[in-house]
Design a binder for this molecule. Structure first.
Ligand code: IVH
Length: 711
């Protein structure tokens, strides 16, 4: 069985994690994945392997699944790629460009298939065909054809908005410029990549011309496509494989196989290793066959993608926030390398957690130079898990040690092992500092928590700055020209201390003031004006974004969205957060009844609105906060809170929930005064009774399907 043993050896099973461990690990994952993500997608300069990155994302998702209350506002699972850079025009994708969930072991694949069957309500032995194809290690591109003409080409960007690279895409031989017999509207999606031989030749040419060489073919492809001068792109040997589609005016087929055949017939390069797989065995055989050919393909692949073949089933399964439920990438195992641990840096995060990061003698692992790795926490360094059980047979990690580093996708490295035979005699066990390296406040470890935290709160510069960075981050206020670097420098000078200062920056440092932004190094009249305008344009902010931006612990983007939809307006939300401080209040009962809001988040919200009421209100007063709108407002159930109970006979519970949510309804787990509709199947018990008592409308499954137009 192909197992990613490298990545899993020292990792504790997610089922065994305590809440404190899960929290610590999610925090470390957010930190490392965030950095790695930007390095990889935005800067085309990866800091770790793909396999490692994917493995970490997967682990993050698994932990979040078990501990939904701990989902962080900056959770890596909410991100696909990085925000588009400003150098290109932006194109908003009509249909989001998705990422893929990962499987690392055959067991993961078995679970994936079992999950599909459960969702679709199929028996374990019912036929269920999938397809298998190589996962190309390049960058995805969406090509929009209208009436057979190529109109737009866009990179994935953050999945919602990509970069307009139309002029560059027109330069590529493998991309058809005109189509015959195509649907009037057709968006074709696929991967831009560079072959090994073209990559080597390009690097040789670059070296001869004194230019920069690329770390790997993927970076070369990305760097070549994202050229401001299409003439340069033309000279770069980029290739393309089509494997998916976005908006289409007429279906490409009834199955994935038919659709891919159609794309081939239309003139798109499609992968010759694409295979129809009627059974699980066929899938795993395809995986092994493709893996066996990996070295001789002449281009990089990093796994095998499985997709449900039947497109109507794909439709039923639908999408999660960033990945389809009907596909998965089965990744190839990670790569390993030995190097020396030169030092251990301590980083302080937004919530005060001290994270040890290994500083390594740079080493190439699978084509990428790695110089940092996560060390998780002090127990991990000491060779213990949080319950005191040995990891690495109890061997600790010390500065000066030779350590084995691994990566598994293209992003965050980890340390798998340490070589006791090569330990220098001067080494001493590592001690986690008892004080925050940033502010000197005591750094304490609560019983049962594997993480040491700075107790300085917002008096700690690291925490304060990290909070501000979060505030301006992409999923929060996302202010053009005010990124992490600017926030840090304004913070150092006392220009921006709290979020509200951002919105008074023009008044304090604009025209007519003794100190002006335009006089600051690196700024001028125009850039200062642009920044003030960019800030003003974000005063009008959707409620969900504001809630997320506040950076309240345990309130991630998803939870912020749920809270915004639930309360609708800032004033309703704000009032409820104060009232909920009384555990006997209706506000408290309503808050805790929201699906997806647990006791940990409730406590965190209440505390935030107690401790930081002043800061929050001062900020809100400067903003124009847009009320939340229910999604898909043309649906009769949009904005309604529904509860399913009893046995559903025509769809599984998971499908019912996913469909209701796709139509803009909120699906709650229990009946409360907020419930609009109860869908009761046979065997409905106390919920039906409670609904009746509360005078809530109760309908059966058929009536529900009729209501949503699905009967
Ligand atoms: S399907 C709707 N198929 O992998 C699903 N993606 O890690 C969209 N990729 O963003 C993706 N080869 O850039 C699909 N055969 C393949 C792929 C593939 C490479 C990339 C794609 C995607 C990323 C997810």
């Amino acid at each position: 069985m192909a197992q990613d043993t490298t990545s899993k050896t020292h990792e504790r099973a997610v089922e065994d994690l305590t809440t404190a461990e899960a929290r610590a690990e999610l925090e470390a994952l957010a930190l490392h994945l965030g950095r790695a993500n930007d390095a990889y997608f935005r800067d085309d300069a990866p800091v770790m392997s793909d396999a490692e990155f994917d493995h970490l994302r997967n682990r993050n998702a698994a932990i979040e699944k078990r501990f939904p209350d701990l989902i962080r506002s900056d959770s890596p699972s909410r991100q696909i790629g990085a925000a588009p850079s400003d150098a290109f025009g932006k194109i908003r994708h009509t249909r989001r460009m998705l990422s893929l969930a990962n499987a690392f072991t055959e067991d993961d694949v078995v679970d994936f298939i079992a999950g599909l069957r459960r969702f679709l309500g199929l028996a374990p032995d019912a036929p269920l065909a999938l397809t298998a194809e190589p996962k190309i290690d390049g960058l995805s591109l969406s090509l929009r054809y209208e009436n057979g003409q190529l109109r737009h080409a866009a990179t994935r960007g953050d999945g919602e908005t990509g970069e307009d690279v139309t002029a560059n895409a027109r330069m590529l031989d493998e991309i058809p410029q005109h189509l015959t017999d195509a649907p009037d509207l057709l968006e074709v999606r696929g991967e831009i990549y560079m072959s090994h031989s073209d990559f080597a030749a390009l690097n040789a040419r670059q070296a001869a011309a004194g230019g920069k060489s690329f770390a790997n073919p993927r970076n070369a492809a990305a760097g070549s496509l994202r050229q401001l001068d299409p003439g340069i792109t033309r000279a770069r040997p980029l290739r393309f494989f089509a494997y998916a589609w976005g908006a289409v005016s007429a279906p490409l087929g009834q199955t994935q196989t038919e659709a891919i055949d159609r794309l081939t017939a239309l003139g798109f390069p499609t992968n010759p290793l694409f295979r129809y797989c009627p059974t699980l065995d066929d899938l795993l055989t395809a995986y092994r066959d493709i893996e066996a050919q990996r070295a001789s393909l002449g281009y990089d692949i990093d796994g095998v993608v499985y997709k449900l073949d039947d497109l109507s089933q794909q439709e039923r399964l639908g999408l999660r926030s960033t990945t389809p439920r009907w596909a998965i990438a089965h990744k190839f195992p990670a790569e390993l390398a030995w190097t020396r641990l030169d030092g251990i840096d301590i980083q302080v995060g937004r919530t005060g957690a001290l994270s040890p990061v290994a500083r390594l003698s740079p080493v190439t692992v699978g084509g990428v130079v790695v110089s940092n790795a996560t060390l998780h926490n002090e127990d991990y360094i000491a060779g213990r898990d949080s319950r005191g059980a040995p990891i690495r047979d109890g061997r600790d990690i010390r500065i000066g040690d030779w350590v084995q580093v691994y990566r598994a996708g293209d992003v965050i490295p980890k340390i798998r092992d340490v070589d006791p035979a090569r330990r220098p005699d001067w080494s001493t066990p590592f001690q986690m500092p008892a004080h925050c390296p940033e502010c000197g406040s005591p750094a304490l470890r609560e019983p049962g928590d594997s993480v040491r935290r700075c107790t300085g709160g917002l008096t700690c510069p690291a925490q304060a700055v990290e909070r501000l960075k979060h505030f301006v981050s992409r999923a929060a206020f996302d202010i053009d020209g005010l990124g992490a670097k600017q926030v840090e420098s304004f913070w150092r000078d006392g220009w921006i201390v709290a979020p509200r200062d951002i919105f008074t920056l023009r008044d304090r440092f604009g025209p007519g003031q003794p100190r002006q932004l335009k006089n600051r190094e690196g700024w001028g009249e125009k850039s200062a004006q642009n920044l003030f305008d960019a800030i003003d344009s974000k005063r009008r902010i959707p409620l969900a974004r504001l809630i997320y931006a506040l950076g309240i612990r345990h309130v991630g983007e998803t939870s912020a969205g749920v809270l915004a939809t639930q309360y609708g307006t800032w004033s309703a939300f704000r009032a409820a957060m104060s009232e909920a401080a009384d555990p006997d209040s209706t506000a408290y009962a309503e808050l805790i009844a929201i699906d997806g809001v647990g006791p940990v988040m409730v406590q965190s919200l209440i505390t935030a609105f107690q401790v930081e009421a002043g800061t929050i209100d001062a900020l809100a007063a400067l903003l124009d906060i847009q009320a939340a709108e229910a999604r898909a407002s043309d649906s009769p159930v949009a904005g309604k809170t529904v509860v399913f109970t009893g046995t559903l006979e025509r769809m599984t519970r998971a499908e019912a929930k996913a469909r209701a949510e796709a139509l803009g309804a909120k699906v709650a787990g229990s009946v409360s005064t907020k419930t609009d509709l109860l869908i009761a199947g046979p065997g409905a018990g106390s919920k039906a009774k409670k609904a009746a008592d509360l005078g809530i409308e109760v309908i059966d499954e058929d009536q529900w399907l009729a209501l949503i137009g699905a009967s």
